[in-house]
Design a protein around this ligand. Structure first.
Ligand SMILES: [Zn+2]
Length: 332
């Protein structure tokens, strides 16, 4: 509701400007944003009809996969989101990649209805450029801990290929174990469970999706001890009460992690969640402009090793700084 109010007040502001003769001034272009966490799924991923946006009460209007994809891509363009990591079932991710190859970086999905593809297929997808990030790994939804033996081949693969990994940490929607995912356990979202994995695979490039919320102490402990670990702020930046999110974000920034926090939306089936998530960061008055730019863009460029010049030209397929696995050029 707050967001709608702000849109309304923005409209008012524009009217005031117009009456003062500024109407011809083009608005400055939005600064680029990287969204570390969107989902490429079917429009009916959560059922038919789709559930309403928990904040606005608005039911998504898309009734085909293409309508849902187009609506999400339109939001990405509107906010100048130049890259978005799209996790989802393989066939949906392929579709999104084909529709906007310059913007979408392919991800995967692990959840009860969507077991992870086998290691061989992931390796092929990586080399073919269809897979850029191993995530979202929704391990808690499947009742699996990060340090579970069955995950070992995946950690080894990501480390070998130097492929970033996005691990779901923290919460899920209320009642999740009673509904979709009987094996879900809140405790499996505790980032502390990643520690043994980080020790066995010191070169793993992993980010904590949802920044471990609400496990603040454990998130601080892991990010302090393992400086290679980054975190995204997805979902909590628009779905948690704003004051609670800002308190959490402020605590992480106070700990000195502003160079390792990255923007994410986790729009799920609600494309407007992207703008609402951006507003969640924009409205954090305790952040400096530099910290906001880091969170929206710079930290993800560094974590993903994107080539900024190519990003600016918007010409490359992915804009990755090529890893040795791809073309033999030096890795940052
Ligand atoms: Zn998640």
């Amino acid at each position: 509701m707050k967001f709608i109010y702000e849109i309304a007040s923005l409209g008012l502001l524009l009217c005031v400007c117009a009456s003062h003769g500024f109407a011809q001034q083009p608005s400055p272009p939005r600064q680029p944003i990287i969204d570390m966490h969107i989902h490429a799924t079917g429009w009916d991923h959560f059922g038919n009809p789709p559930p309403p946006n928990a904040l606005t009460g608005k039911v998504p209007t898309a009734r085909t996969d293409k309508e849902f994809m187009d609506a999400t891509l339109a939001e990405l363009r509107r906010y100048n989101v130049v890259k978005a990591i799209a996790g989802g079932p393989r066939e949906h991710v392929s579709r999104w990649l084909a529709a906007d190859p310059g913007r979408i970086i392919g991800g995967t999905m692990m959840a009860p209805r969507f077991p992870l593809p086998d290691v061989k297929m992931l390796r092929e997808d990586f080399h073919a450029g269809r897979l850029g990030v191993l995530g979202e790994l929704g391990l808690p939804y499947a009742g699996v801990a990060p340090n579970d033996e069955q995950m070992e081949p995946y950690w080894a693969l990501a480390e070998e290929l130097d492929m970033p990994v996005g691990l779901h940490t923290g919460l899920a929607p209320p009642r999740t174990p009673y509904t979709c995912c009987p094996k879900f356990r809140t405790s499996l979202g505790n980032p502390a469970l990643l520690e043994e994995v980080l020790i066995r695979h010191p070169k793993l490039r992993v980010y904590l999706m949802h920044a471990g919320y609400p496990y603040l102490q454990e998130t601080i402990a892991i990010m302090h001890m393992y400086p290679q670990v980054y975190a995204d702020l997805a979902a909590i930046d628009w779905l948690r009460p704003r004051a609670a999110f800002h308190e959490y974000l402020r605590a992480l920034v106070r700990e000195g992690f502003s160079k390792r926090l990255m923007f994410g939306s986790d729009q799920m089936v609600w494309p407007e969640g992207i703008g609402m998530a951006i507003e969640g960061i924009e409205s954090a008055t305790f952040l400096t402009e530099e910290q906001k730019r880091d969170i929206f863009y710079n930290n993800a460029v560094r974590f993903l090793r994107l080539d900024e010049k190519k990003l600016a030209r918007g010409s490359s397929r992915w804009g990755h700084r090529r890893t040795s696995a791809w073309s033999g050029l030096a890795v940052e």
